[in-house]
Ligand binder design. Structure first.
Ligand SMILES: O=C(O)CCC(=O)C(=O)O
Ligand SMILES: [Fe+2]
Length: 211
């Protein structure tokens, strides 16, 4: 993790100012050698699955691999897919603890997504499921290839934003971001190497409160 200054802030955090959103970006939350190690560890050490989800009654394989870790009671359902968490690894717990200090908040689960190449993607969505509460804090870490993270406002169609999330970067989405904005990772035309993204979340309504 980056050095903190006297005020406990990470030097290179920057706010992305968009209406109705609260976004902070740390382009080098992990320095490249540590980010390289985490990428290799996560790629090789995660039991990746390709789940199917049901959209408008049609069953489709997700265009990426994923895995869900968390406290044993942090179950999560979206698009008809019910996810039961894998138990935390030491590495994921260490990352979680660093992020909790940075965000001054608690997480009880993490969704890992593995985009194998330029053909893998994630469609437009908001992370606004009821289990995440009204104004979720979502901490999104990226390892591996740069991919474009696109945002569009739900009602003000002229408002769009794109950022290439870098290896070792952290994007924090909080406040009203999920209520007002959609986000996506589009397929790309040119060849792109593998990318792993981790979104740390806090699921409410689990059988016991998050520690
Ligand atoms: O891969 C990313 O950067 C986005 C992942 C995402 O939006 C999600 O897991 O909900
Ligand atoms: Fe998302």
């Amino acid at each position: 993790m980056q050095q903190t200054n006297l005020f406990g802030e990470i030097e290179n955090g920057q706010s992305i100012s968009l209406p109705d959103a609260d976004l902070r970006y740390f382009s080098q939350y992990y320095q490249s050698d540590e980010a390289d190690q985490l990428f290799e560890y996560l790629k090789a050490g995660t039991p990746w699955r390709q789940d199917s989800i049901r959209i408008a009654g049609i069953e489709r394989q997700q265009p990426r691999l994923s895995a869900w870790y968390g406290d044993s009671d942090a179950e999560y359902t979206y698009s008809g897919l019910h996810l039961v968490p894998l138990p935390w690894s030491q590495q994921l717990l260490a990352i979680k603890s660093a992020l909790e200090t940075t965000c001054a908040c608690h997480f009880n689960s993490v969704l890992l997504n593995y985009y194998r190449d330029q053909q893998d993607s994630m469609g437009w969505h908001s992370d606004d499921e009821a289990e995440l509460g009204a104004m979720p804090v979502i901490a999104s870490l990226t390892f591996g290839a740069d991919r474009e993270f696109a945002l569009k406002h739900k009602t003000r169609k002229e408002l769009r934003y794109k950022i290439r999330l870098k290896h070792g970067s952290l994007l924090i989405m909080q406040g009203t971001t999920q209520a007002h904005w959609l986000h996506a990772i589009a397929k790309e035309k040119d060849a792109v190497g593998p990318r792993i993204n981790l979104t740390f979340r806090r699921i409410f309504g689990s059988r016991s409160p998050a520690k």
